[in-house]
Design a binder for this molecule. Structure first.
Ligand code: BTN
Length: 240
């Protein structure tokens, strides 16, 4: 089991913030920090991440090596690994990735990832709604406990599934490059042709169709006028 690779604390501000400090004092790649509660959990795009007891809040460190493939692939990699771990626990659930790495059930968010790079160190933080979905005004959320068969699953079990899944995908990324991730992501994400609303800043969201991912893992958005745009970062909504 992965227990010897996981440090568990009862409470902290943010496991990502802690790991950033620990990385400087030699925290090895592959070790995880998990907190039962976070008081200042951080999400993507400057958002807060509400950390409810019973949910998974954990971070790990990836130390970039000379010759590693494009680092932009790591966002996809994280989503794929979390998808595989959760789908392994609940094979009948309709779990799908939303670009870049949100883990969804229908329109509701089940898990999210925050990657923070500092030179050759990448902190990967993962939050999974295991026991409870926080109520948010601006988006739907769901927890594993809301899904058939999900009530008996606790955060420790999710992390036990996640540790080997991330190991496997990191090894594949290093051996096969970003192309392997793109194929894997497309098999787990919203299908090509899905209508999307993409926000990249203060402007109104752009509407278009998902055309796929480029070689860096960026989203290719097909616009109404027949042109396409490459989206490197932003917030994506799936339009029904
Ligand atoms: C998102 O979807 O916005 C990313 C959410 C990432 C949350 C996790 S919980 C563990 C780690 N520590 C943090 O402060 N954030 C990440």
């Amino acid at each position: 089991m992965a227990q010897d690779r996981i440090r568990l604390v009862a409470e902290t501000g943010s496991t990502n913030a802690d790991l950033k400090a620990l990385a400087a004092s030699g925290w090895p790649e592959g070790q995880w920090l998990r907190a039962e509660r976070q008081t200042a959990g951080r999400g993507r795009l400057g958002r807060d991440w509400q950390s409810v007891t019973g949910n998974l809040h954990a971070s790990t460190l990836i130390r970039l090596r000379p010759g590693d493939p494009l680092v932009t692939g790591l966002g996809l990699l994280a989503g794929i690994a979390v998808h595989d771990a959760l789908a392994g626990l609940l094979p009948d659930a309709a779990i799908q990735l939303k670009w870049p790495n949100d883990v969804m059930v229908g329109q509701a968010k089940l898990a999210g990832m925050l990657l923070e790079r500092d030179g050759d160190e990448v902190i990967l933080g993962i939050g999974v709604n295991v026991a409870q979905a926080p109520r948010l005004l601006d988006r739907e959320t769901i927890a594993l406990a809301d899904l058939p068969g999900g009530q008996g699953i606790d955060a420790a079990r999710v992390l036990d599934a996640l540790v080997p899944a991330l190991d496997d995908w990191l090894a594949r990324w290093r051996a096969e490059g970003t192309a392997a991730l793109i194929t894997a992501w497309l098999g787990r994400g919203h299908p090509v042709g899905t209508r999307l609303a993409v926000s990249t800043g203060a402007d109104r969201p752009q509407h278009g169709r998902f055309l796929g991912l480029d070689a860096h893992g960026a989203l290719i958005l097909g616009l109404e006028d027949g042109t396409s745009e490459i989206i490197h970062s932003g917030d994506v909504g799936v339009l029904l």
